[in-house]
Design a protein around this ligand. Structure first.
Ligand SMILES: [Fe+2]
Length: 125
């Protein structure tokens, strides 16, 4: 059973999927069940990963994290996502970018998430 907006990863090929509609079946890739990415909500270790959300007028800026996360070839934030009542907005990042994203919205942000290619999925409310 999946839940809407869960994120699953295949540990063999690296596929990562976002659930847009829940179903009773198990997600399978490369012949084995995909792994549910747990959302980490507390910092651990040296690098900071929790999204810091800041609203300025009709924009929301999300920085990762309290100390900017590295954006190197082999270690970087792949995307930043915000969730509102109506849905989700996602910005994809690449090495060399700033670890932040700006979303134009007046909607209340219920939750922000980001994904580090080495340290997984993080979230703050
Ligand atoms: Fe990281």
């Amino acid at each position: 059973m999946t839940e809407k907006l869960q994120i699953y990863k295949c540990d063999i090929c690296g596929n990562i999927v976002l659930v847009m509609h829940s179903g009773v079946g198990q997600l399978v890739c490369c012949g084995q069940p995909m792994r549910l990415m747990e959302e980490k909500g507390e910092e651990s270790g040296y690098e900071k990963h929790l999204p810091v959300v800041e609203r300025v007028g009709g924009e929301v800026r999300v920085k990762i994290g309290s100390i900017p996360h590295p954006m190197e070839e082999d270690h970087y934030i792949e995307w930043i996502e915000v969730e509102t009542e109506k849905g989700v907005m996602v910005r994809f990042l690449k090495p060399g970018d700033k670890p932040e994203a700006v979303f134009k919205t007046d909607e209340e942000i219920l939750k922000a998430r980001d994904y580090c290619n080495l340290h997984g999925l993080w979230m703050s409310r």
